[in-house]
Every structure is written in structure tokens, then in C-alpha cells.
Design a protein around this ligand. Structure first.
Ligand SMILES: [Zn+2]
Length: 244
């Protein structure tokens, strides 16, 4: 049975009531998380725009993720609940991948991360007003694919969406196991993508050779036709002369 995660609050921050609502067992149950990572609340550093972070595995004693909490300042409670949920889902996707070397998963915000976070969003269902959580996925969550990468961002998005939406989200696999499964599939896919240019070059060279052979044959046939016409004409001329 899914239980709500432990809250590791700093002394000066009282866990807001919105946190209990945000990370209720009702919200977490469809996500199929075996062991929901605990939450550490921290005040947002001056100038920081991010909602939280996931520290390195060996720096998180309880596998926790950190969520920045600011005083609500007149925000409606559902807005606070959605912010907390969005941050928690993003950071636990990092946590579930934190044992894997970043270069093996295409970057901290690469195809594997995008696919796993999307799986969590899809399982989370709908946000306030019936908007799907899946719409919360952002190109920021894939930004390590913009640059020197064996695949284009479009290919990465297509692959990640397929893994999450078409293959894994509706299965009973736990979120933690899905992280490993997506990473395993990514290694296979990346290898295929890296080979793709060489395969395309080989196919292109083979096609060019086939076409060259056809051209040579066609040229050969063309000359034989010319010879035949000339011989036919000469034979006709000779026959005409003999008959004259
Ligand atoms: Zn992130």
C-alpha cells in the first residue's frame, strides 16, 4: 500500500498544511511508487527560481528530495498544492535515476529523465480544472539533448514519449523499476542511433554501386543496339547491290 512520504522539515519551517494535501496517499497511489522519497523543506535561496532540488545520492541520508517553500503570500491553496506536487514529481524522477551515471542516461535532463517524469505525470492523471499532468512536461526536462548528442531533440522526444505513454505508464511496474527499465532501453536505443549514420552510409554506397552496374549494363546494351542497326543497314545495302 502506498503511504505518504516522511517530511524532514528544518526547525524554522513548519510543514505547510498544503504539503499533506499535495502528497497525500490518494495522490501518490496511482504513481505506483514502492518507497516515496522523503521531503526536506528549505527556504528558497535569494534569487533562486527553481522549486527544489535532488542532491547527490551520497549526500541524501534518507534519499530525500528538497522542496523550497515560501510563505504562500495570498496564493490560493490549490496553487500551492500543484506547485508542491509538480516539484515533488520532478525531483523524485531525479532521485530514482540518481544511482545511474549521468552520461549513461543522456544527461540529468535527457531522454531517460523526460520519459520517467512523463510516466509519473501520466499516472498522476489530471490537475486542477481537468488539465492533464502530462501537459506539465517541458522542453526544460529534455534540454541535455540540445547540443552534441547522438540524437536530435525531436528523436529523443519521440523515443521518450513512446516509452512512457505507449509502453510503460499503464503497466503495473513500479516507478523505481521503470527508472531502471527506461535506462536499459535507452542504452539499446542509443547504440542503434549511434550506428544509424554508418548504416545509412553503407546503404547509400550499396545503392550507388547497384546504380553504377545498371548504367554500365545499359551502356553495353546501347552499343549492341547500335552495332546491330549498323550491321543490319550494311547487310541491306549489300543485298541491294548484289540484286542490282
Ligand atoms: Zn531537474
Amino acid at each position: 500500500m502506498t503511504t505518504a512520504p516522511k517530511v524532514l522539515a528544518l526547525k524554522e519551517i513548519e510543514p505547510p498544511s498544503a504539503l499533506a494535501e499535495a502528497l497525500s496517499s490518494e495522490f501518490l497511489r496511482p504513481l505506483r511508487i514502492e518507497n516515496p522519497p522523503p521531503v526536506r523543506l528549505a527556504r528558497r535561496p535569494a534569487g533562486a527560481t527553481w522549486g527544489g532540488f535532488c542532491s547527490w545520492q551520497d549526500m541524501a541520508e534518507f534519499r530525500e528530495v528538497t522542496i523550497h517553500f515560501d510563505a504562500p503570500l495570498g496564493q490560493e491553496s490549490w496553487v500551492m498544492v500543484e506547485k508542491l506536487r509538480g516539484t515533488y514529481l520532478h525531483e523524485i524522477a531525479h532521485r530514482f535515476l540518481s544511482k545511474l551515471p549521468v552520461d549513461e542516461i543522456g544527461g540529468s535532463h535527457g531522454p531517460v529523465f523526460f520519459a520517467l517524469q512523463l510516466l509519473l505525470f501520466l499516472r498522476a492523471g489530471e490537475r486542477e480544472g481537468g488539465r492533464p499532468w502530462a501537459w506539465h512536461a517541458d522542453l526544460y526536462d529534455l534540454h541535455d539533448c540540445f547540443g552534441d548528442h547522438p540524437c536530435t531533440p525531436g528523436q529523443a522526444l519521440d523515443w521518450a514519449f513512446c516509452q512512457a505513454a505507449e509502453l510503460l505508464a499503464d503497466t503495473e511496474i513500479s516507478a523505481e523499476s521503470a527508472a531502471g527499465e527506461i535506462a536499459r532501453r535507452f542504452a539499446i536505443w542509443r547504440e542503434a542511433m549511434a550506428l544509424a549514420p554508418a548504416k545509412r552510409q553503407a546503404a547509400h554506397a550499396a545503392r550507388a554501386e547497384r546504380e553504377a552496374v545498371l548504367v554500365r549494363k545499359a551502356t553495353h546494351v546501347k552499343w549492341w543496339i547500335c552495332y546491330s542497326i549498323m550491321l543490319g543497314a550494311m547487310a541491306g545495302l549489300l543485298a541491294g547491290l548484289l540484286a542490282a
